[in-house]
Design a protein around this ligand. Structure first.
Ligand code: SDX
Length: 436
């Protein structure tokens, strides 16, 4: 980071000594005020629950311009990556900082392909769950459980251990998600096939049965691959910040990624795609497009606790660029499947149109985010709603690992340990129980 020649001066109205705070510039985006010496010099903390004005780290991986609706992975616009690259190239880019050449791409893809199988013992974890367990409950357990099989690579300070753990996690997430799905429908697990692409392998493990050959449909495979690219990383979102904080204790990569899976599950975060599709289905049952006005009224009523799921974002105060790309994929997939009149898509487009004109949403800069359309695409591909967030976790694993490795590789990093403004009971003596 580059020191700015502008300083911030903090002064106090009670005459306490003022303090100069250095300002640093990044390559793009807001400058930061370095407050690391604040507590030592003033005995005061800053206060920023939700971290609306707080940069928790430096990073070179992903940049978002919320006002312009821009998203860059290592400097490349998401629109170019989603149309000119595949997920394996995107993984190489996020992990290593550059898009691979043909040889690097072939080597990276081969390495990932040859780690897609999981230990046969993993099946016994699944047997412990009810068949109707939510896939994210299963994934939180399975990902954390991976640590039990790889004691040879859990030292996060060892670059080789970080490398092999990254490959194992990226490679095994599709296998585990597909196993969670097969378990829920009582079908046998399908093993990965090394002659298929990453997304094609996932589709086959999800939808094939031992009874007949299954050839993944190219349009659907491409759509799945694009879903992975669009969800791969997103700066310091809640689950990535969870992975960084968890990993800062020096725990193993599998445990840190399991923490990210758990955080992503929430409906305000990765769980929104499941919630958005359930919302569309509910409005459809209420009467569809004709009932949108009534539904929007509920959303605007603070007491209803109803939110327009798939809308709004902490950073994007413009259209989420991923939502635009996801909407295009929606049309491609539904048309290819002869479902271009899908009522849910029509409802989503109508809802979006109304929301983009309604002052409640416009004044709050609430635009569709990645989760608004991703559920419609996944539903069209045949993925059950309850699995949407698990697929988000599958795709986000590479971003979590890249961010975790960047933190561990930063000589300045320390264990994360925020402080608080305490306003509870001050010191008092315990009374004998008879006197309480
Ligand atoms: C993801 O951080 C990331 O990058 C996340 C993510 C990633 O790739 O990692 O992009 C993935 O999580 C996308 C977001 C998915 N979540 C949803 O779609 C759930 C619905 N959205 C909201 O819950 C909300 O918009 C958040 C959580 C996404 C953002 O909330 P903020 O930034 O804390 O904003 P806020 O809650 O303070 O809302 C500001 C105002 C409030 O109204 P007022 O108090 O000003 O009257 O907007 C309202 C909110 O009530 N509002 C909504 C709304 N979102 C915000 N009203 C109706 N519907 C909504 N969806």
């Amino acid at each position: 980071m580059t020191p700015s020649d502008v300083k911030a001066t903090l002064s106090f109205s009670d005459g306490s000594p003022s303090m100069d705070l250095p300002i640093f510039k990044g390559s793009v985006g807001p400058d930061v005020i370095d407050i690391r010496k604040l507590y030592g010099q003033t005995g005061k903390f800053t206060y920023d629950p939700g971290f609306l004005s707080t940069a928790a780290c430096q990073s070179k991986i992903t940049y978002i311009d919320g006002d312009k609706g821009e998203l860059l992975y290592r400097g490349y616009p998401i629109e170019q990556l989603a149309t000119k690259c595949d997920f394996m190239e995107t993984c190489h880019l996020l992990l290593h900082g550059e898009l691979p050449n043909a040889t690097q791409k072939a080597d990276f893809t081969k390495t990932v392909t040859y780690h897609t199988m999981v230990n046969e013992q993993m099946q016994f974890f699944l047997r412990g769950f009810r068949r109707d367990a939510h896939p994210m409950a299963i994934m939180t357990g399975l990902v954390g459980g991976l640590a039990a099989f790889y004691h040879d690579s859990t030292d996060i300070t060892n670059p080789e251990h970080r490398e092999i753990s990254a490959v194992r996690l990226i490679a095994k997430m599709p296998t585990l998600v597909a196993m969670a799905y097969k378990y829920s429908i009582g079908q046998p697990y399908i093993y990965p096939k090394n002659d298929l692409s990453y997304a094609g392998n996932f589709m086959r493990m999800m939808f094939a049965t031992p009874c007949e050959e299954y050839v993944p449909d190219d349009v659907l495979v491409r759509a799945m691959d694009r879903i992975f690219i669009l969800h791969a990383d997103h700066e310091q979102n809640a689950s990535t910040s969870t992975v960084r904080l968890c990993g800062s204790s020096g725990t193993n990569p599998f445990a840190a990624i399991a923490a990210g899976v758990a955080c992503l599950w929430g409906p305000a975060h990765g769980g929104a795609n499941e919630a958005a599709l359930n919302m569309l289905e509910d409005v459809n049952k209420m009467g569809g497009v004709e009932k949108i006005g009534e539904f929007i009224k509920q959303v605007k009523d603070k007491n209803s606790n109803v939110k327009l799921m798939g809308f709004g974002h902490r950073v994007y105060k413009n259209y989420d660029p991923r939502a635009k790309l996801m909407r295009e994929t929606c049309h491609e997939v539904l048309t290819a499947m002869g479902k271009h009149n899908d009522p849910i898509l029509k409802l989503a487009m109508a809802l979006e149109k109304i929301a983009l004109e309604d002052d409640y949403f416009v004044s709050r800069k609430l635009y569709p985010n990645v989760d608004f359309y991703s559920g419609i695409v996944q539903r069209a591909i045949g993925i059950p709603v309850s699995l949407f967030t698990a697929i988000f976790a599958l795709a986000r694993t590479v971003g979590w690992i890249a961010q975790l490795n960047e933190m561990i590789g930063d000589p300045e990093y320390k264990i994360g340990r925020p402080r608080q403004l305490f306003n509870g009971a001050v010191s008092r003596d315990v009374k004998p129980v008879g006197e309480r």
